[in-house]
Design a binder for this molecule. Structure first.
Ligand SMILES: C[S@@+](CC[C@H](N)C(=O)[O-])C[C@H]1O[C@@H](n2cnc3c(N)ncnc32)[C@H](O)[C@@H]1O
Ligand SMILES: [Zn+2]
Length: 365
């Protein structure tokens, strides 16, 4: 985490539903901040303290953990996080480790949470779809080539960015919600002054930061699965950007002040969230007047992720695209819309997923 981030983030604590949004400062008497070896501005590990409510938020692997219960969050992902920290060459410090244990002393014995977005396999699937070229991964003579040939000239990101580009400018502060391994953040960074990626899964956030910032260490390759354990290590092109940062936070409880951003993206996350309405409301809150919202999704509602009562459409005869459009129109003017943006995911050599996302670009009134 670069030091300037402290000027933009704020406390995510909730008190009886209201957010604290107090100023965060670096400091805690027990944990000494650890900086990257080559760059004193890069904080790898430390504690951020809220000047209003006194809440404490750890920074690990260069990522501030800005969630409402950060110690529990770390406990749920302890093996993943300590493993990633070791891999990056900055193992979790003894004092921080002790603090995580003390804070969770009364918590039930630890069981690593089942979150597909924390898994290594899913992270590598996202690295493939975000950063590799679909046509290069597909072997010559593979029958899928002929099936998609006429319909997949541009990947999802080219289409989504193409829709947004006319409304971006180089003075803008941008936010990409549920950024996964970071392609949306990379794309926005080419058009905006500074981009924050918000991601709830620690592994995805950490990989995004390694791909985009090369900190705490670079991510140069990934694993493309062919079949079972068989696959190939593929080199990643250089996707580094100077003007990006990643924070661990929830899209439904953003650690940013109102009216901060010129543009917010939520690409393919609304149907993955417990609180889709909260996420739209949060985007509205952090966008400045006239700010631009970009939303895409295939609306693949799943009750395991989003209780049916929280779906926006997709029930009682109302199509989700219509319900989402109606919701956005309450406080936005729609600038562009596409009914179907295709997206192909490589899962393995004989298994692909194909989505058609609905896409909207809107301006806050
Ligand atoms: C389907 S993926 C989409 C990723 C990326 N936006 C894209 O279009 O490729 C959904 C992402 O949302 C993240 N996510 C899930 N719940 C979240 C939350 N409450 N806040 C932020 N991100 C979340 C997941 O970890 C995952 O990376
Ligand atoms: Zn606070």
């Amino acid at each position: 985490m670069q030091k300037f981030v402290l000027d933009d983030i704020c406390c995510p604590a909730r008190m009886e539903g209201d957010a604290c949004h107090g100023r965060l400062v670096l400091g805690n008497e027990t944990v000494t901040p650890v900086h990257a070896r080559q760059d004193k501005d890069e904080l790898v590990e430390g504690i951020l303290a809220c000047q209003d409510c006194g809440g404490a938020y750890p920074v690990l692997c260069g990522l501030p953990i800005l969630v409402t219960d950060p110690w529990h969050y770390l406990w749920d992902r302890y093996d993943t996080i300590t493993g990633l920290a070791r891999e990056a060459g900055f193992p979790v410090g003894q004092t921080m480790d002790q603090l995580i244990r003390t804070k969770n002393a009364d918590t039930a014995p630890r069981t690593e949470k089942e979150d597909k977005y924390e898994s290594l396999a899913t992270t590598h699937e996202y690295l493939a779809v975000h950063f590799d070229d679909f046509w290069r991964t597909l072997p010559e003579g593979h029958p899928f080539r002929a099936i998609v040939h006429d319909h997949y000239g541009s990947d999802f990101y080219s289409v989504a960015v193409g829709m947004l580009e006319p409304f971006l400018d180089p003075t803008m502060l941008a936010l990409d919600l549920g950024c996964s391994v970071g392609r949306g953040v990379y794309e926005l960074a080419g058009h905006c002054k500074l981009v924050y990626g918000v991601e709830f899964a620690f592994r995805s956030a950490s990989v995004a930061r390694r791909v985009l910032r090369h900190f705490p260490c670079p991510m140069n390759d990934y694993w493309l699965k062919f079949d079972g354990d068989i696959g190939e290590k593929r080199l990643l092109p250089d996707f580094s950007r100077d003007n990006v940062e990643i924070v661990v936070a929830s899209a439904a409880n953003l650690p940013f002040s109102p009216n901060s951003f010129g543009v917010t993206n939520s690409w393919n996350i609304i149907d993955r969230l417990a609180d889709p309405e909260g996420t739209i409301a949060e985007q509205e809150r952090v966008l400045r007047p006239e700010g631009i919202l970009s939303l895409t999704s295939p609306y693949n509602w799943n009750t395991a992720l989003t209780g049916r009562k929280r779906w926006i459409g997709g029930t009682k005869g109302v199509r989700t695209a219509d319900a989402i459009r109606g919701r956005i129109l309450q406080n936005f003017e729609i600038l562009d819309e596409k009914a179907y943006i295709p997206w192909i995911f490589w899962i393995f050599e004989r298994f692909f997923e194909v989505f058609f996302a609905h896409g909207l670009i809107a301006r806050k009134r």
